[in-house]
Design a protein around this ligand. Sequence first.
Ligand SMILES: [Mn+2]
Length: 338
Amino acid sequence: MPVPAEALATLRQLLERPRRVAIVSHYNPDGDAVGSTLGWAHLLKAAGHHARVVLPNTPADFLDWLPGRSEVLCLDRSPDASLSTIRTSDIVFCLDFNRLDRIGGLEDAVRAVKTKVLIDHHQEPEEFASAAFSDTSASSTCQMVVEIAQALGWMEHIDQRTATCLYTGMVTDSGSFRFRSTTPQTMRIAADLLERGVDLDQVHNAISDTNSADRLRLLGFTLQERMTVLPELRTVIIGLGQEELKRFHFKQGDTEGFVNYGLSIKGMRLAAFFMEHPDLVKISLRSKGDLPVDRFLKDHFNGGGHANAAGGRSELSLEATVQRFMSLLPAFLQAHPA
Ligand SMILES: [Mn+2]
Protein backbone atom coordinates (compact mmCIF):
# COMPACT_ATOMS: atom_id res chain seq x y z
CA MET A 1 0.00 0.00 0.00
CA PRO A 2 1.36 3.48 -0.80
CA VAL A 3 2.22 5.68 2.15
CA PRO A 4 -0.84 7.90 2.80
CA ALA A 5 -0.18 11.46 1.59
CA GLU A 6 -2.08 13.22 4.34
CA ALA A 7 -0.29 11.44 7.18
CA LEU A 8 2.99 12.00 5.38
CA ALA A 9 2.35 15.72 5.12
CA THR A 10 1.54 15.88 8.83
CA LEU A 11 4.69 13.91 9.65
CA ARG A 12 6.86 16.18 7.52
CA GLN A 13 5.44 19.17 9.33
CA LEU A 14 5.97 17.59 12.74
CA LEU A 15 9.61 16.87 11.91
CA GLU A 16 10.34 20.23 10.32
CA ARG A 17 12.54 21.24 13.23
CA PRO A 18 14.52 19.15 15.73
CA ARG A 19 12.19 17.36 18.16
CA ARG A 20 12.35 15.34 21.34
CA VAL A 21 10.83 12.03 20.41
CA ALA A 22 9.86 8.88 22.31
CA ILE A 23 9.22 5.67 20.39
CA VAL A 24 7.12 3.00 22.09
CA SER A 25 5.91 -0.47 21.22
CA HIS A 26 3.75 -3.24 22.62
CA TYR A 27 4.06 -5.34 25.78
CA ASN A 28 6.30 -8.40 25.35
CA PRO A 29 8.05 -6.72 22.42
CA ASP A 30 8.97 -9.12 19.61
CA GLY A 31 11.53 -8.84 16.82
CA ASP A 32 9.40 -6.47 14.80
CA ALA A 33 8.64 -4.27 17.83
CA VAL A 34 12.29 -3.94 18.85
CA GLY A 35 13.63 -3.82 15.28
CA SER A 36 11.19 -1.16 14.12
CA THR A 37 11.53 1.10 17.17
CA LEU A 38 15.33 0.95 17.03
CA GLY A 39 15.40 1.39 13.26
CA TRP A 40 13.08 4.39 13.47
CA ALA A 41 15.12 5.87 16.33
CA HIS A 42 18.34 5.58 14.28
CA LEU A 43 16.60 7.27 11.34
CA LEU A 44 15.23 10.12 13.45
CA LYS A 45 18.63 10.71 15.03
CA ALA A 46 20.30 10.76 11.62
CA ALA A 47 17.73 13.39 10.62
CA GLY A 48 18.69 15.56 13.58
CA HIS A 49 16.09 14.65 16.20
CA HIS A 50 16.51 13.47 19.76
CA ALA A 51 14.98 10.00 19.88
CA ARG A 52 14.67 7.38 22.60
CA VAL A 53 13.00 3.97 22.55
CA VAL A 54 10.83 3.18 25.59
CA LEU A 55 9.31 -0.29 26.01
CA PRO A 56 6.68 -1.47 28.54
CA ASN A 57 8.81 -4.48 29.53
CA THR A 58 12.22 -5.95 28.77
CA PRO A 59 12.38 -7.80 25.43
CA ALA A 60 13.58 -11.40 25.19
CA ASP A 61 17.38 -11.59 25.31
CA PHE A 62 17.73 -13.01 21.79
CA LEU A 63 17.27 -9.41 20.65
CA ASP A 64 19.97 -7.98 22.93
CA TRP A 65 22.57 -7.79 20.15
CA LEU A 66 20.53 -5.39 17.98
CA PRO A 67 22.40 -2.12 17.38
CA GLY A 68 21.19 0.47 19.89
CA ARG A 69 19.47 -2.07 22.19
CA SER A 70 21.56 -1.03 25.21
CA GLU A 71 20.07 2.49 25.10
CA VAL A 72 16.47 1.27 25.19
CA LEU A 73 14.54 2.20 28.32
CA CYS A 74 12.34 -0.57 29.74
CA LEU A 75 9.60 0.36 32.19
CA ASP A 76 10.19 -2.71 34.38
CA ARG A 77 13.91 -1.88 34.80
CA SER A 78 13.90 1.94 34.69
CA PRO A 79 10.42 3.17 35.57
CA ASP A 80 11.31 6.78 36.35
CA ALA A 81 13.47 7.37 33.29
CA SER A 82 10.94 5.60 31.06
CA LEU A 83 7.99 7.69 32.18
CA SER A 84 9.85 10.99 32.29
CA THR A 85 11.19 10.41 28.77
CA ILE A 86 7.63 10.04 27.52
CA ARG A 87 6.30 12.97 29.53
CA THR A 88 8.97 15.33 28.20
CA SER A 89 8.58 14.28 24.57
CA ASP A 90 7.17 16.50 21.84
CA ILE A 91 6.03 13.47 19.88
CA VAL A 92 5.39 9.84 20.77
CA PHE A 93 5.69 7.36 17.91
CA CYS A 94 3.61 4.23 18.43
CA LEU A 95 5.06 1.32 16.46
CA ASP A 96 3.77 -2.22 15.90
CA PHE A 97 0.59 -1.91 17.98
CA ASN A 98 -2.63 0.00 17.48
CA ARG A 99 -4.46 0.14 20.80
CA LEU A 100 -3.06 2.00 23.78
CA ASP A 101 -4.04 -0.83 26.13
CA ARG A 102 -1.28 -2.88 24.46
CA ILE A 103 1.54 -0.91 26.10
CA GLY A 104 1.01 -1.88 29.73
CA GLY A 105 2.19 0.67 32.28
CA LEU A 106 3.13 3.22 29.62
CA GLU A 107 -0.50 3.79 28.65
CA ASP A 108 -1.37 6.79 30.81
CA ALA A 109 1.86 8.66 30.09
CA VAL A 110 1.48 8.10 26.34
CA ARG A 111 -2.18 9.15 26.38
CA ALA A 112 -1.17 12.39 28.06
CA VAL A 113 1.23 13.38 25.25
CA LYS A 114 -0.77 15.35 22.72
CA THR A 115 1.08 14.48 19.53
CA LYS A 116 1.15 10.79 18.70
CA VAL A 117 2.02 9.14 15.41
CA LEU A 118 1.02 5.56 14.62
CA ILE A 119 3.06 3.25 12.39
CA ASP A 120 1.51 -0.22 12.45
CA HIS A 121 0.18 -3.17 10.48
CA HIS A 122 -2.43 -4.72 12.85
CA GLN A 123 -6.16 -4.83 12.13
CA GLU A 124 -8.66 -2.22 13.35
CA PRO A 125 -6.56 0.60 14.81
CA GLU A 126 -7.87 2.66 17.70
CA GLU A 127 -8.06 6.34 16.74
CA PHE A 128 -5.62 8.11 19.00
CA ALA A 129 -2.97 9.48 16.64
CA SER A 130 -2.44 12.88 15.00
CA ALA A 131 -1.04 11.03 12.01
CA ALA A 132 -1.69 7.36 11.34
CA PHE A 133 0.26 5.06 9.06
CA SER A 134 -1.80 1.90 9.21
CA ASP A 135 -1.23 -0.77 6.58
CA THR A 136 -2.80 -4.09 7.52
CA SER A 137 -1.33 -5.69 4.41
CA ALA A 138 2.27 -4.90 5.37
CA SER A 139 4.37 -7.91 6.37
CA SER A 140 5.93 -6.01 9.27
CA THR A 141 6.15 -2.60 10.87
CA CYS A 142 9.83 -2.63 9.86
CA GLN A 143 8.77 -2.79 6.21
CA MET A 144 6.52 0.23 6.79
CA VAL A 145 9.37 2.16 8.40
CA VAL A 146 11.42 1.68 5.23
CA GLU A 147 8.47 2.73 3.06
CA ILE A 148 8.06 5.88 5.13
CA ALA A 149 11.81 6.55 4.92
CA GLN A 150 11.52 6.26 1.14
CA ALA A 151 8.61 8.70 1.09
CA LEU A 152 10.50 11.16 3.27
CA GLY A 153 13.64 10.91 1.12
CA TRP A 154 15.55 9.48 4.08
CA MET A 155 17.01 6.35 2.50
CA GLU A 156 20.50 7.82 2.69
CA HIS A 157 20.12 7.73 6.48
CA ILE A 158 19.76 3.93 6.54
CA ASP A 159 23.23 2.71 7.48
CA GLN A 160 24.28 -0.82 8.38
CA ARG A 161 23.06 -0.60 11.99
CA THR A 162 19.67 0.74 10.99
CA ALA A 163 19.34 -1.80 8.20
CA THR A 164 20.20 -4.63 10.62
CA CYS A 165 17.41 -3.63 13.02
CA LEU A 166 14.84 -3.29 10.24
CA TYR A 167 15.84 -6.49 8.44
CA THR A 168 15.61 -8.47 11.68
CA GLY A 169 12.04 -7.34 12.27
CA MET A 170 11.13 -8.15 8.68
CA VAL A 171 12.50 -11.69 9.06
CA THR A 172 10.83 -12.44 12.38
CA ASP A 173 7.40 -11.04 11.48
CA SER A 174 7.23 -12.74 8.09
CA GLY A 175 8.30 -16.17 9.32
CA SER A 176 11.52 -15.74 7.34
CA PHE A 177 9.63 -14.41 4.31
CA ARG A 178 7.10 -17.22 4.05
CA PHE A 179 3.83 -15.79 5.40
CA ARG A 180 1.31 -14.64 2.82
CA SER A 181 1.94 -11.01 3.69
CA THR A 182 5.35 -11.37 2.00
CA THR A 183 5.13 -9.58 -1.36
CA PRO A 184 7.57 -8.64 -4.11
CA GLN A 185 7.74 -5.24 -2.40
CA THR A 186 8.79 -6.97 0.86
CA MET A 187 11.60 -8.71 -0.98
CA ARG A 188 12.70 -5.50 -2.74
CA ILE A 189 12.91 -3.73 0.61
CA ALA A 190 14.79 -6.66 2.16
CA ALA A 191 17.20 -6.60 -0.78
CA ASP A 192 17.74 -2.88 -0.33
CA LEU A 193 18.55 -3.43 3.36
CA LEU A 194 20.95 -6.26 2.49
CA GLU A 195 22.80 -3.90 0.17
CA ARG A 196 23.45 -1.70 3.17
CA GLY A 197 25.57 -4.39 4.80
CA VAL A 198 23.27 -6.57 6.91
CA ASP A 199 25.16 -9.65 8.12
CA LEU A 200 22.68 -12.44 7.25
CA ASP A 201 24.56 -15.02 9.28
CA GLN A 202 24.49 -12.85 12.37
CA VAL A 203 20.76 -12.15 12.07
CA HIS A 204 19.72 -15.74 11.46
CA ASN A 205 22.00 -17.22 14.12
CA ALA A 206 20.71 -14.74 16.65
CA ILE A 207 17.09 -15.49 15.80
CA SER A 208 17.26 -19.25 15.33
CA ASP A 209 19.96 -20.73 17.54
CA THR A 210 18.83 -19.46 20.90
CA ASN A 211 17.28 -22.51 22.58
CA SER A 212 17.91 -23.38 26.20
CA ALA A 213 18.01 -27.09 27.07
CA ASP A 214 14.84 -26.56 29.15
CA ARG A 215 13.00 -25.08 26.20
CA LEU A 216 13.94 -27.96 23.90
CA ARG A 217 12.85 -30.49 26.53
CA LEU A 218 9.56 -28.63 26.99
CA LEU A 219 9.07 -28.70 23.23
CA GLY A 220 9.81 -32.43 23.10
CA PHE A 221 7.35 -33.10 25.91
CA THR A 222 4.70 -30.89 24.34
CA LEU A 223 4.86 -32.55 20.94
CA GLN A 224 4.92 -36.04 22.47
CA GLU A 225 2.35 -35.66 25.23
CA ARG A 226 0.19 -32.60 24.60
CA MET A 227 -0.40 -32.44 20.86
CA THR A 228 -3.66 -33.72 19.38
CA VAL A 229 -3.95 -34.14 15.62
CA LEU A 230 -7.44 -34.04 14.13
CA PRO A 231 -6.92 -35.10 10.49
CA GLU A 232 -10.61 -34.87 9.57
CA LEU A 233 -10.62 -31.20 10.66
CA ARG A 234 -7.06 -30.65 9.39
CA THR A 235 -6.42 -29.11 12.79
CA VAL A 236 -3.76 -29.56 15.45
CA ILE A 237 -4.34 -28.66 19.10
CA ILE A 238 -1.67 -28.14 21.75
CA GLY A 239 -2.36 -27.29 25.39
CA LEU A 240 0.04 -26.60 28.26
CA GLY A 241 -0.81 -26.13 31.94
CA GLN A 242 1.02 -24.20 34.66
CA GLU A 243 2.26 -27.38 36.32
CA GLU A 244 4.02 -28.60 33.16
CA LEU A 245 5.50 -25.19 32.51
CA LYS A 246 6.97 -25.16 36.01
CA ARG A 247 8.37 -28.66 35.58
CA PHE A 248 10.43 -27.42 32.63
CA HIS A 249 11.46 -24.16 34.36
CA PHE A 250 9.44 -22.06 31.94
CA LYS A 251 10.82 -18.66 31.08
CA GLN A 252 8.99 -16.06 29.06
CA GLY A 253 9.38 -16.79 25.36
CA ASP A 254 10.01 -20.51 25.81
CA THR A 255 6.78 -21.49 24.04
CA GLU A 256 7.29 -18.97 21.23
CA GLY A 257 6.76 -20.77 17.94
CA PHE A 258 5.32 -23.98 19.43
CA VAL A 259 2.06 -23.41 17.57
CA ASN A 260 3.89 -23.45 14.24
CA TYR A 261 4.96 -27.07 14.72
CA GLY A 262 1.30 -28.06 14.49
CA LEU A 263 0.90 -26.26 11.21
CA SER A 264 4.06 -27.90 9.84
CA ILE A 265 2.32 -31.28 9.76
CA LYS A 266 1.43 -32.15 6.18
CA GLY A 267 -2.17 -31.35 5.29
CA MET A 268 -3.02 -29.22 8.34
CA ARG A 269 -4.68 -25.84 7.85
CA LEU A 270 -5.18 -24.76 11.46
CA ALA A 271 -3.03 -24.99 14.58
CA ALA A 272 -4.17 -23.94 18.04
CA PHE A 273 -2.00 -23.45 21.10
CA PHE A 274 -3.56 -23.00 24.55
CA MET A 275 -1.37 -21.91 27.42
CA GLU A 276 -2.53 -21.64 30.99
CA HIS A 277 -1.45 -18.52 32.87
CA PRO A 278 -2.15 -17.89 36.57
CA ASP A 279 -5.39 -16.01 35.85
CA LEU A 280 -6.29 -16.77 32.25
CA VAL A 281 -5.68 -18.99 29.27
CA LYS A 282 -3.93 -17.50 26.26
CA ILE A 283 -4.76 -18.81 22.81
CA SER A 284 -2.58 -18.62 19.69
CA LEU A 285 -3.96 -19.64 16.33
CA ARG A 286 -2.14 -20.09 13.04
CA SER A 287 -3.79 -20.97 9.75
CA LYS A 288 -2.99 -21.55 6.12
CA GLY A 289 -4.89 -20.12 3.15
CA ASP A 290 -8.23 -18.38 3.59
CA LEU A 291 -9.03 -19.11 7.22
CA PRO A 292 -9.27 -15.80 9.11
CA VAL A 293 -8.36 -16.79 12.65
CA ASP A 294 -8.28 -13.14 13.76
CA ARG A 295 -12.02 -12.85 13.17
CA PHE A 296 -12.71 -16.12 14.93
CA LEU A 297 -10.78 -14.99 18.02
CA LYS A 298 -12.36 -11.56 17.94
CA ASP A 299 -15.83 -13.10 17.84
CA HIS A 300 -15.28 -15.70 20.56
CA PHE A 301 -12.10 -15.17 22.58
CA ASN A 302 -11.54 -11.44 23.02
CA GLY A 303 -8.66 -11.44 20.57
CA GLY A 304 -7.34 -10.33 17.22
CA GLY A 305 -4.24 -10.07 15.07
CA HIS A 306 -3.74 -11.11 11.48
CA ALA A 307 -5.79 -13.37 9.22
CA ASN A 308 -3.29 -16.25 9.47
CA ALA A 309 -1.83 -15.52 12.91
CA ALA A 310 -3.80 -14.24 15.86
CA GLY A 311 -4.12 -14.40 19.63
CA GLY A 312 -6.95 -14.42 22.15
CA ARG A 313 -7.76 -15.11 25.78
CA SER A 314 -10.23 -16.94 27.96
CA GLU A 315 -11.13 -16.71 31.63
CA LEU A 316 -12.30 -20.33 31.68
CA SER A 317 -10.07 -23.18 32.80
CA LEU A 318 -7.67 -24.70 30.28
CA GLU A 319 -9.91 -27.71 29.79
CA ALA A 320 -13.10 -25.68 29.45
CA THR A 321 -11.41 -23.29 27.03
CA VAL A 322 -10.32 -26.14 24.76
CA GLN A 323 -13.84 -27.60 24.97
CA ARG A 324 -15.41 -24.29 24.02
CA PHE A 325 -12.96 -23.94 21.14
CA MET A 326 -13.80 -27.44 19.90
CA SER A 327 -17.53 -26.71 20.00
CA LEU A 328 -17.07 -23.56 17.88
CA LEU A 329 -14.56 -25.03 15.47
CA PRO A 330 -16.71 -27.05 13.02
CA ALA A 331 -18.90 -24.08 12.10
CA PHE A 332 -15.85 -21.87 11.59
CA LEU A 333 -14.18 -24.41 9.33
CA GLN A 334 -17.39 -24.94 7.36
CA ALA A 335 -17.76 -21.23 6.81
CA HIS A 336 -14.31 -21.19 5.21
CA PRO A 337 -13.95 -24.36 3.15
CA ALA A 338 -10.43 -25.04 1.92
MN1 LIG B 1 4.67 -6.64 13.74
